[in-house]
Ligand binder design. Sequence first.
Ligand code: NAD
Ligand code: 3PG
Length: 526
Amino acid sequence: MRILVSDSISEKGIEILRKEGGYQVDVKTKLSEDELVDIIGDYHALVVRSQTKVTRRIIESARQLKIIGRAGVGIDNIDVDAATERGIVVVNAPEGNTVAATEHTIAMMLALARNIPQANQLLKNGKWERKKFLGVELRGKTLGIIGLGKIGSGVAKRAKAMEMKVLAYDPFISEDRAQRLGVELVDFDRIIKESDFITVHLPLTKETYHMISWQQFEAMKPGVRICNVARGGIVDEEALYEALKSGKVAGAAIDVFEQEPLTESPLFELDNVIVTPHLGASTEEAQVNVAVEVAYDIIAGLRGEPVKNAVNIPSIKPELLKVIQPYVDLVEKLGKFISQVSEGHIKQVEIKYNGEMAQYDVTSLTNTFLKGLLRPVLKDAVNYVNAPLIAKNRGIKVYESKSVELEDYANLITVKVTTDKCEKSVAGTLFGKNEPRIVRIDGYTVDAVPEGHMLVIPHIDKPRIIGPVGNLIGALDVNIAGMQVGRKVIGGKAVMFLNIDAPVPEETLKEIAKIDGILDVKYVHL
Ligand SMILES: NC(=O)c1ccc[n+]([C@@H]2O[C@H](COP(=O)([O-])OP(=O)(O)OC[C@H]3O[C@@H](n4cnc5c(N)ncnc54)[C@H](O)[C@@H]3O)[C@@H](O)[C@H]2O)c1
Ligand SMILES: O=C(O)[C@H](O)COP(=O)(O)O
């Protein structure tokens, strides 16, 4: 397996990929999109920071790519939708650089308040200038934080220590959490109107693009100072420039830009602007943290093991993994099984978890079930990353439900498929040493091993059914390894489940279907 690292990351991460993963790692930075398109087909994993733009074109040229690792937080440089469609896992390192970005924000705020970069530059140019650089104190000032996530919270804590009044706007954060941070949770307008300093700590999305623009600058307090250590594009650079020029905004500290790298900008010409070239995460510690974190997820992803920080599939914490891991094989088999016994176009699937496992997040199991369901038709084009998306695109409604109530077993997973022609349900559980068993087919109780070649034969419960079926299979010289019959009432409908040692040709299936009392015959291969 080959890994391409296309932005510079800490050697520690590369060492882990080479030594612990045993992979060939090529570090090739500053590649153009065309260059990446040319070489990406040779790689199984790609590691980037924010500089490489992982476009749809690159992703569509990546024949063997299984995982993209972002050694950092922001994934706005990766076309995650394109990756998901192709079944490529995207992972990031969401916490490794939080402190670095938090401290950089505080450093920028202090530097802005006290004109440190400007004074430094002048003195080094031989000018002892004191009058020009009259700063302001942070103590007693109102700081407005937009986005109270990991970095926003870190900034809040430090700002409180500097005796600032902290307001925050984040519709996804609870009042309780804000209170614990000593922060007043307010609406966006209040932040804009009342703050002396405004700092943004949000992802760049359609909603946050130009969230601070002409109208917001207009509504701000005169003399406000702005910090952006999150993402270029959240603050409208053109509107900011005008607000700075007009004096409405007293200063701005900017680490990130709409276009990067950027070496020329009208903003750079203003004395009241201080800038850094996207250095928020650039500490020794943060770079080691993110590279190591992403390296381990890349190894896990390439080995087909659950990853910790997936962006486009549910991440599985180790404690959850212990609970659900044994069921992964079972749900995939249930998916493949029910897909092969159902006829027609699938409209709806239901998956129900009964028992202890209902307490846990089982999304990854549901995705694995969907992968199993779609696999017989779509083969390798479907995996557990793109299965939910493919199901959605095909108009399949997916319902997941959980109940801690026991249904005969400590844990039971029941799947039901509704097509335009039929409705099928199958339930499975684990026996002994985590051995998958199908225990119900369309409501009939069985104890069937979902493995290899199988025949599922609904029939009328009456004599001279099992014998003729056995004869036809025997005539093929195919061994019957196991047989189960499930029935509800004597003489009513029943289902026969056979484990056989080899496939059964279509003609024999037709012969079996002709036996008096046989209602249907399905050959299933897992
Ligand atoms: N400059 C750098 O080098 C650097 C370093 C690290 C992170 N970052 C960037 O900082 C940003 C924040 O990172 P984080 O780790 O704190 O992320 P986070 O996910 O922990 O926090 C983001 C917060 O934004 C909130 N949010 C999302 N949309 C919102 C909206 N429309 N309005 C208000 N709040 C909204 C979320 O609820 C969340 O609490 C990201 O864009 C990340 O890429 C930059
Ligand atoms: O989102 C992030 O993690 C930061 O913006 C850091 O980006 P970088 O890895 O390119 O420094």
